[in-house]
Design a protein around this ligand. Structure first.
Ligand SMILES: [Fe+2]
Ligand SMILES: [Fe+2]
Length: 244
């Protein structure tokens, strides 16, 4: 199964056609395209229309999560609907199962959020603002965990915008790690297992890491992968196949 992925394309209202030419032969290289959030610059409907036009009808299924930039104009619900109207599956605490070459590819996704990593993280304590900040991560990590738990597929991928681990943040200033991801996302992934975890958001990070449980993590923020999309080839493991 060839899984193409990219995040942080940050398309503006004037970006129409920027990615489309490079995506024309996507079906020759991949069976599915995953979008790891920050599809827009400031989350306007005009930008989302450009995103929809760039990624609609590519000849392979497109599955996305939104990023923090896509929330900036408080239009995330409309953006989700607009992308869905163009055949792009947008996940938030939900999962989808696609059939690829007769095998089931399950993708569970959430935007995720910050909070930091074990020993250096926010907690839901004190001022209401702090409790809300920390609780948002907890809620979205729970959403990812239950979406993963409900999947029955031969290959499973966890798709987030924020990072589930700190490995892939190397290159970013350590002071901002708590705004780049949360270990709770990594725990949600390890609790249920996955064959691959994809995220974006850390433009100055590195591509490769693993969760504490040993699951491969790839930061596909476009400035990190330095190409239109990365492709990861996964063999069906049958680990979640219902009849075995
Ligand atoms: Fe970004
Ligand atoms: Fe981001």
């Amino acid at each position: 199964m060839r899984i193409a992925a990219v995040g942080d394309v940050h398309l503006g209202a004037d970006s129409g056609g920027r990615l489309r030419p490079a995506l024309a032969d996507l079906p020759e290289h991949a069976d599915v395209l995953l979008l790891a959030g920050d599809l827009t610059r400031v989350g306007t409907i005009a930008e989302a229309k450009v995103v929809a036009a760039e990624f609609a009808d590519l000849g392979v299924p497109v599955v996305a999560v939104l990023g923090n930039h896509d929330h900036h104009s408080d239009r995330a619900g409309e953006i989700t609907q607009l992308l869905a109207d163009h055949g792009i599956i947008v996940l938030e605490g939900t999962a989808t199962v696609l059939t690829v070459d007769g095998a089931a590819l399950g993708i569970a996704g959430t935007k995720g959020f910050g909070g930091g990593f074990a020993g250096k993280c926010a907690s839901a304590f004190g001022e209401p603002e702090m409790r809300r900040f920390a609780s948002h991560t907890v809620e979205l990590a729970h959403g990812l965990e239950s979406a993963l738990a409900g999947l029955r597929a031969d290959v499973t991928v966890a798709l987030t915008h924020y990072s589930p681990i700190s490995d892939t943040l190397h290159g970013e200033p350590p002071e901002i790690y708590p705004f780049l991801g949360s270990y709770l996302l990594g725990e949600a992934i390890d609790a249920n297992g996955a064959d691959l975890a994809i995220h974006g958001h850390a433009h100055a990070g590195i591509e490769r890491g693993t969760t504490p449980g040993g699951i491969r993590v790839r930061n596909v923020a476009q400035p990190v992968i330095g190409t239109e999309y990365a492709v990861y080839d996964l063999a069906p493991t049958g680990r979640f196949a219902p009849n075995r």
